[in-house]
Design a protein around this ligand. Structure first.
Ligand code: NAP
Length: 469
């Protein structure tokens, strides 16, 4: 029987879990094409998970096994919306699944937000993970992504190297990653797979204080407790917490929030702030203005409270916090891909159970999964059940005769060849992988990330993985 051809846009965990769900069922023979605008797969597992979290990053091995299955092909370095349109892609496969994530960031919408030194967590994360958008090539400095990154590696290095006091706005897991990377001793980071130029910039750091702002209370954090506890294990770092009302009944909040509250309360009791470096938590505090001449110098804050309807209100002026760097870590935001339905109100692709809604009706053969489907929430594993829901809808539509197999798996290859596009497949990834491992071993670590597109392409073309220093 002719296999049903599915193209998945995005090779992060959401896209690869969708490929896995398609391969693991036996009702329909499938052929799966996973496309990514980057030369390498794995999306946020490579470019979002913090480098000092190697066990989470090792999910890459599971994802790689799926991409290596005979029914699956990886098409790296193909930008849908630029190299091929959505309509052309839809015309060459039987169904598409959008899994392109949420690459942009939410803003604070306060005065001074665009001062030099004020950046989105998404930008800093992309920098320290070695994302090619933030590490452009000298010969082609233009940023290639659909949503240009606001800073480049030079700016990020300059900002980090010249920061003594940083303010991180938001109390979610991304904020924790940013705080750790900013304050953690270089010796710890030198063991990770960070690109050398990132390590060099971090080595030049003079950061002594990182202030974390939570606009609600210590019982309203979005941290996972394991990640929060990690902050307490950092060498030479004290945690200082503004006095807060401990009389919160854990029964009135969720389990995770109660565990986080217990960790924060423990720190509040024992911290004295005498270590050389400090993390300060300020709850019931939000920024109202970033102040500075040209570059940010401080954050003007206000205290907050919640009224009986749950609305956040001002409760008077808060402290003015010194800041050479302000990182807003208030959530990611999905963006529009040309030709794909998009609801700007919620920054997602409209859908029901993963079936895309186009002009008010279900769009035949179009599905969505991951952050661009449900918003930027959940841990990596959340994408698995999300992908299963979407793939179940797709398989139901095949069983109901709504979708029929009408294409060969080579139709997409012909389309790309006609456009002069030469995708990088898994053999190219294996060469890049080997080059990064080899480079890392030479430096006494497991891997050194190649941050520049030109280095990735050179490694992909080199049968003898030994990239230039
Ligand atoms: P998040 O968990 O949604 O946290 C966003 C934080 O920003 C919340 O504390 C929120 O406070 C705050 N916020 C939103 N708007 C604000 C504003 N205007 N002013 C001040 N604060 C504001 O988002 P995230 O940290 O970006 O993480 C995204 C997802 O990735 C999460 O599901 C996270 O768990 C996951 N992730 C997991 C890991 C890991 O497991 N190690 C690592 C990184 C990310 P309110 O609650 O008051 O809105």
């Amino acid at each position: 029987m002719r296999p049903f051809v599915v193209a998945i846009i995005g090779s992060g965990p959401s896209g690869i879990y969708a490929a896995e769900a398609l391969c693991q069922q036996s009702d329909v023979a499938v052929s799966v094409a996973v496309l990514d605008r980057l030369p390498v797969p794995f999306g946020l597992v490579r470019y979002g998970v913090a480098p000092d979290h190697p066990s989470i990053r090792s999910i890459r091995n599971t994802l790689e096994r799926t991409l290596s299955r005979p029914e699956v092909r990886f098409y790296g370095d193909v930008t849908v919306g630029r190299d091929v349109t959505i309509d052309e892609l839809r015309g060459s496969v039987d169904a598409v699944i959008y899994a392109y994530g949420a690459a942009s960031d939410r803003r604070l919408d306060i005065p001074g937000e665009d001062l030099d030194g004020s950046i989105a967590a998404a930008e800093l994360v992309a920098w320290y993970c070695g994302h090619p958008d933030v590490h452009p090539d000298l010969e082609s400095p233009a940023i290639t992504g659909p949503e240009p990154a606001g800073i480049d590696a030079e700016q990020a290095s300059r900002l980090v190297a010249s920061t003594r006091s940083a303010v991180v706005v938001g109390v979610g897991n991304v904020a924790l990653d940013v705080v750790r990377i900013l304050i953690r001793p270089t010796a710890d980071l030198a063991r990770t797979d960070m690109a050398e130029e990132v390590l060099t910039a971090l080595d030049d750091r003079a950061v002594t204080d990182v202030h974390v702002l939570g606009r609600r209370g210590p019982a309203n954090t979005s941290f996972t407790t394991k990640e929060l506890r990690e902050l307490g294990d950092l060498d030479g770092v004290d945690i200082v917490i503004d006095p807060f009302d401990h009389a919160i009944d854990p029964a009135t909040i969720g389990k995770v929030a109660a565990r986080n509250l217990a960790v924060l309360s423990g720190w509040a009791e024992r911290s004295d702030g005498t270590a050389a470096r400090r993390i300060h938590f300020h709850f019931w505090t939000r920024p109202v203005r970033l102040a500075g001449e040209g570059r940010v110098a401080s954050v003007i804050t206000e205290r907050t409270m919640i009224d009986s309807t749950g609305r956040l209100l001002s409760a008077g002026p808060g402290p003015e916090l010194p800041a050479d760097l302000v990182v807003r870590s208030v959530g990611y935001r999905g963006t529009a891909l040309p030709g794909v339905p998009y609801d700007p109100e919620i920054a997602r692709v409209p859908h029901a159970e993963g079936r895309v809604i186009r002009d008010g009706s279900f769009a035949t053969g179009e599905y969505v999964t991951g952050w661009i489907k449900r918003g930027p929430t959940g841990v990596i594993g959340t994408n698995k059940s999300d992908a299963v829901e979407t793939v179940t809808s797709l398989l139901t539509d095949i069983a109901d005769g709504e979708l029929v197999a009408d294409h060969d798996r080579d139709d997409l290859d012909r389309l790309l060849a006609d456009r002069g596009i030469h995708p990088l497949g898994m053999p190219a990834w294996r060469l890049i992988d080997a080059a990064e491992i080899e480079r890392g071993h030479r430096q006494g670590r497991d891997r050194a990330t190649l941050a520049h597109r030109s280095d990735l392409l050179a490694a992909a073309a080199d049968p003898d993985p030994d990239p230039p220093d």
